[in-house]
Design a protein around this ligand. Structure first.
Ligand code: S3P
Length: 448
């Protein structure tokens, strides 16, 4: 997202029942990976269903700057002509990843294995996010980093003469860090392994295999997993079909669940179990969700979701579920505000280092909307009354798309409308959010 833009406030008023059949945009995680890995194959990869949001467009531009040929053929249909695993070229200027932590961290991994210097930056949100979680393991592989105090962007990544394979145990459950190491490992001789204490989204592993790399996953005795990539493969292009993003589907899904009389269908949504914690949790809360027409597309499971409004019960969400729904807690908290009873969401420390401090933004926003909620360490506790919320607040978005969308969803059941001070960040992940929501029955518009 551009660093300076006119604020784009929006207000969400009580919605009509949400209805219709809709397709949310392509999965953001898979879209980034298809451009980056497509750019590391030898030949041409076609991608269907690519998310054309600002985050992914920034990654497409970055891959062009690194020497890949990236072209758009039509709506969501893109082609990437790759340079091979070790063939990326030194960019002439700084790469701006905008708002995207996934973009920058995965690109750092891809750039790390090249004998080039790449300088990365991003918007004000991305420039305050921690990059040491990537530079520490890649540093062990021999890569040099020069960045700002505290491991912040802008940061230069200087690829070594010879990259060393490593085995690295993740200190935090992070698919971005895992992926950065595996992408760097592609350029290293021998085998690079990542041990993850809790399984995180495995789209990188799936797509690496799809393009012909050898990836092994071993279950270790205490629930950990070791993921190993064999270095220096030749990656062959294969078509990629990007499923609809479950993290985007979460917003109309929760809006439909809490808005009386709603009945919507969201088609072709990715149902990868490592991404599906929210839907699992909503079903435990008593949500009426049917998973129809289950199928596998380009290695990823998808289904059509039919969602009907109904009462929700509060529950206790265990910390172990966090990696499979880390981006969904803000909108789950909105569902919890409308559920009956006290919902406890445990182990949300990582929410503090997302596009904004989502833990604080969610809690403060709920309180401002008249919802009883509190923090207990890294646990977020929401007391729902099951009969709407007061609303009447304007939520500061702080460049965070998911905070903006979560509170606009809550506005669907608020007595007094809920506003967001700047909805521009929604363009990073869900460019047609407003059209889809309003087409279904929501009343979201600029302030009168
Ligand atoms: C992502 C991983 C998650 C998630 C982000 C996308 C990915 O971040 O929050 O939106 O595509 O790998 P972490 O890996 O840092 O938890």
């Amino acid at each position: 997202m551009s660093q300076t833009h006119a604020a784009h406030p929006l207000v969400s008023r009580r919605a009509k029942p949400l209805t219709g059949t809709w397709k949310v945009p392509g999965d953001k995680s898979i879209s980034h990976r298809s451009l980056i890995l497509g750019g590391m194959t030898v030949g041409e990869t076609t991608i269907e269903g690519l998310l054309e949001g600002e985050d992914v467009i920034a990654t497409a531009d970055a891959m062009r700057a690194l020497g890949a040929k990236v072209t758009r053929d039509g709506d969501g249909v893109w082609r990437v002509h790759g340079c091979g695993v070790g063939g990326l070229a030194e960019p002439e200027t700084v790469i701006d990843c905008g708002n995207s932590g996934t973009g920058v961290r995965l690109l750092m991994g891809a750039a790390a294995g090249q004998r080039i210097t790449t300088v990365f930056t991003g918007d004000a949100s991305l420039r305050r996010r921690p990059m040491a979680r990537v530079s520490i393991p890649l540093g062990q592989m021999g890569v040099r980093f020069e960045g700002r105090e505290g491991g912040r962007l802008p940061m230069a990544v200087i690829g070594p003469e010879v990259l060393m394979p490593i085995e690295y145990t993740l200190p935090v459950a992070s698919a971005q860090v895992k992926s950065a190491i595996l992408l760097a490992g592609l350029a290293a001789p021998g085998e690079t392994s990542v041990i993850e204490p809790h399984p995180t989204r495995d789209h990188t592993e799936t797509m690496l295999r799809h393009f012909g790399a050898e990836v092994r996953v071993e279950a270790l005795p205490d629930g950990e997993r070791r993921i190993t990539v064999v270095g220096q493969p030749e990656l062959s292009p294969r078509p990629v079909i990007v499923p609809a993003d479950p993290s985007s589907a979460a917003f109309p899904a929760v809006a439909a669940l809490i808005t009386e009389g709603s009945d919507i269908t969201l088609t072709g949504v990715g149902t990868n179990p490592l991404r599906f914690g929210l839907f699992e949790t909503l079903v435990e809360m008593g949500a009426d969700i049917s998973f129809l027409n289950r199928r596998v597309e380009a290695g990823e499971p998808v289904a059509d979701l039919r969602i009907k409004a109904g009462p929700l019960r509060a529950i206790d969400v265990p910390a172990g579920r966090a990696p499979s729904m880390i981006d969904e807690y803000p909108v789950l908290a909105m569902a919890a505000a409308q559920a009956e009873g006290t919902t406890v969401m445990r182990g949300l420390g990582e929410l503090r280092v997302k596009e904004s401090d989502r833990f604080a933004a969610t809690l403060d926003g709920l309180l401002a909307c008249g919802v009883r909620a509190e923090a207990d360490g890294d646990d977020l506790i929401v007391h729902g009354a099951g009969n709407g919320v007061a609303g009447g607040a304007i939520i500061p978005v702080d460049l965070d798309h998911r905070i903006a969308m979560a509170f606009l969803v809550l506005g669907c059941v608020a007595e007094t409308p809920i506003g967001v001070d700047d909805a521009a960040a929604i363009r990073t992940s869900f460019p047609n959010f407003l059209d889809l929501m309003n087409g279904a029955g929501a009343e979201i518009a600029p302030p009168r």
